[in-house]
Ligand binder design. Sequence first.
Ligand code: NOJ
Ligand code: CA
Length: 572
Amino acid sequence: MTHATAHSPDAPLDASATIDGAEWWRSAVIYQIYPRSFADANGDGIGDLRGITSRLDALKHLGIDAIWLSPFFASPQKDAGYDVADYRAVDPLFGTLDDFDEMTQAAHTRGIRVIVDLVPNHSSDQHEWFQQALAAQPGSPERARYMFRDGRGPNGDTAPNNWESIFGGPAWTRIVDDDGTPGQWYLHLFDSSQPDFDWSNADVRAMFRDVLRFWLDRGVDGFRIDVAHGLVKADGLPDYTPPQSAGSMGGTGKADADLPPYFGQDGVHEIYREWHQVLTEYDGERVLCAEAWVDPLSTMALWVRPDEMQQAFNFPYLETPWNGPALRAVIDESIAAFSAVGAPSTWVLSNHDVVRHASRLALTEDNPQGHGIGPKTTDRPDTELGLRRARAASALMLALPGGAYLYQGEELGLPEAIDLPDDARQDPTWFRTHGTRYGRDGCRVPLPWEPGAPAYGFSETGASWLPQPADWDAYARASQLGDPASTLEFYSRALWLRATHQLGLGALEWHDAGDDSILWFANGPVTVVANTGDSDAATPTSLIEATRILTSVPLSGDDVIPADTTVWYLTP
Ligand code: NOJ
Ligand code: CA
């Protein structure tokens, strides 16, 4: 067999080109930037827009097509910016609108598209509309933009229903009127600082259409829609108790469970049809991507019907363990469900709400990720095994047809930061559950750029809003650059091969390996074998002579595919 040479980082990759008439997002690799943890230009310990601009070349080198930025809008930061006080302003923590325009231009110059995060289910309690609602009377037009209700019981002191916040604790908070007496209750599916809008209200609908246009006019290529399944609540707000399986973002985690009365209601689709129309007023294939934690995939596919959104995050894929039959089933189900409505599937393994997959894939069924992991978690994931599986899982994902989402730091092989001290934690989940759920801070620690530098080069001053583990030198981008065995070079090679062979636009054809822990398929000229089992597997005879173009870890021989390894072959 022969080995292909390492890829040249300067090889042309024109992310702005449309391949064969297919829209860019059908096959794109979109990289999630969590702005507060990416790069800090002014040294205050919080990443910012100028920090992103200064590091775009690293992303160009990696070979991604687009970036999606988690919220950087004006916000009291009670939920790391998912509590928006002004949808048209940049929070001074992250910079200015000029900084945003400069960043967008710098990205576009490099052929990288820019997607921003829209949070329409709720605002911050500091949004001027919520402040007006508090000052107004029950039944007023100001209150009608949010979900205010009278309490139950003789004095109205029982919440309007039994719903719980996804972050823990009740989903209702009672306000105190100006004269000091208890007043109405308002709904917040998340933190009490995040009141839910009432989407039957015309002001709310009009405001968000304007917000879409505001950012489209500034040149953004699309929006990731936060809680895209939650905007409309069932009539009468009936009581509901979530199943034990519910995950950190409130999905049921069960394909056969009934949808909660606050998720997946029919009325949401009309809203997205309206937004679809707004996007079509603009040139350049703008895109909407749904964050919709609904099961099964055939339900999720409703969000990406031809007149609604373009993409939806494939959370059932993210939630699938490193297990051959389970992966094959979810891949088939995804492709079937999305193709049935003419949409591409997407694939994702990590984001800012779940345990990083370099740790998660080494957890066991007895010790699942639950709501985060931390110092008191027993049976910690093995770092080496986790990274090995993560690389194998990423190599599998990046060979699949459709779009893929990466979360900053996975290309460095970053594990979850487990040992964050209690007093550093900032996730509202941690506070609302009085420390019983660790929450999501462990996947949000600022990125390491240079070994040995203050804050590993994240900020010049060494400041970092969450403490970085002391042993991250080897994960730093500069430590990995140019080392062919590194996770970073593995990712950039995978992305280059994926683009070269147009795997995102391809089609998948399964082969039978006679062992269901081995996934074996072809996508165009590339054949992929993933060994999800715990022992060596013999390389299929027909592939022994084939050119091996990517291995998830360096391999010594050709005859064997070791446990937790994925290999790509060129089979023209
Ligand atoms: C989903 C976001 O990804 C998460 O980070 C946030 O806390 C909730 N939506 C509420 O906005
Ligand atoms: Ca900063």
